[in-house]
Design a protein around this ligand. Structure first.
Ligand SMILES: Cc1cc2nc3c(=O)[nH]c(=O)nc-3n(C[C@H](O)[C@H](O)[C@H](O)COP(=O)(O)O)c2cc1C
Length: 329
């Protein structure tokens, strides 16, 4: 059924869509995207500075972040009453054009519309979680959310695999390259625009007491950031790996959309997430993350899931006029 023949979005609708896209999570809060409306659709471009991070995963992480923004745009379009269609990497001659989201003319997907209310509520939560695990039924919903977007959420529910992951994360922390550490330090310094991740979003310094070395990532590991307390963390959070069948730029955009779908779903169920991607940022350790497991995918994100004990503040974002230049005119 043709639901609407609106060919283009008006200015206030464009603003709603761009604001939702800009609320997506991004690697080190780099927000490596820009948005433009053309031919009645939204174009999402990767930031040309995407190679500025010294990690081996920089290009992948930028596409993943853009994928999350694309998913939020679809959700906002659904809220505005529009079905949408996504074309990933639509132009081989323009590799920075990550996706084009166009109005399909169909009725909006009610499942996407229902996720809109969580777009501004979702946060990366690096505070301790409550000790109890996430119920199997809720984890199954998160698994379904990833699957609907073409990815797999692999739960580390077997003890040997769980312990192997903890060891791999620890190895990544110990072997971090000096250039990566320096880059983290620069991004967390007060600088002109303020730290990319402020103290309130870093969460407390985790008390590391073996055997309960918590798999929460301290984004300021080894750095002295004023004003942080320390805390003991939940002993055994749920850990999961988001995987895609392939491992190319299109798959990274898929992973980003899947990530955001499951994060919004999680938020709606009161479940928070943080990430422990250190081993994925290291070319040698990344194969270890999924090596030996009964699966057929490439690891894209390592998630820690649980019920929060604290709510981080709204994280900083670049001005919308910067990421959506069309707003100026
Ligand atoms: C590709 C990608 C990788 C990320 N890696 C980590 C990570 O390893 N550890 C972590 O705590 N947060 C990680 N994050 C979360 C970002 O730091 C976070 O999205 C950003 O600071 C903005 O905060 P928000 O998610 O609360 O909006 C990652 C996000 C993305 C999209």
């Amino acid at each position: 059924m043709q639901y609407t023949d609106h060919a283009v979005l008006n200015a206030s609708e464009q603003l709603v869509v761009a604001a939702a896209a800009a609320a997506a999570p991004s690697v080190f809060n780099t927000q490596p995207w820009s948005f433009a409306f053309a031919d009645g659709g939204l174009e999402v471009r990767a930031d040309p500075d995407d190679a500025s991070m010294p990690t081996a995963s920089a290009g992948r992480d930028v596409r993943l972040s853009c994928g999350a923004a694309v998913f939020n745009a679809r959700v906002a379009l659904a809220r505005l009453g529009h079905g949408s269609r996504v074309s990933v990497l639509p132009d081989a001659g323009e590799p920075l054009l990550v996706a084009r989201v166009t109005l399909s003319g169909d009725a909006p997907d009610p499942a996407l519309d229902a996720l809109y209310r969580w777009v501004d509520t979702r946060r990366t939560n690096r505070y301790p979680f409550r000790p109890e695990g996430v119920p199997a039924g809720v984890l199954a919903l998160l698994h379904d959310a990833a699957r609907l977007e073409g990815a797999t959420l692999r739960l580390l529910d077997g003890e040997p695999e769980y312990q192997r992951m903890l060891t791999t994360i620890r190895r990544a922390v110990w072997t971090e390259d000096e250039s990566v550490r320096d880059d983290r330090e620069a991004r967390l310094s007060p600088g002109a625009g303020g730290p990319a991740i402020p103290v309130g979003n870093l969460g407390p310094v985790p008390r590391r007491e073996l055997p309960n070395d918590p798999p929460v990532r301290d984004m300021a590991e080894g750095l002295d950031v004023a004003g942080r307390g320390s805390a003991a963390f939940e002993p055994h959070p749920d850990l999961a790996v988001l995987e895609t069948a392939d491992d190319d730029p299109g798959s990274w955009v898929t992973a980003g959309q899947a990530l955001q779908r499951l994060l919004l779903e999680a938020t709606g169920h009161g479940v928070a997430a943080s990430f422990a991607n250190q081993p994925l940022e290291d070319a040698e350790l990344r194969p270890v993350v999924s090596g030996g497991a009964a699966h057929h995918g490439s690891p894209q994100m390592v998630l820690r899931l649980g019920y929060p004990t604290a709510r981080p503040p709204v994280p900083p974002r670049r001005p919308l006029s910067e990421v959506f230049p069309g707003l100026r005119g």
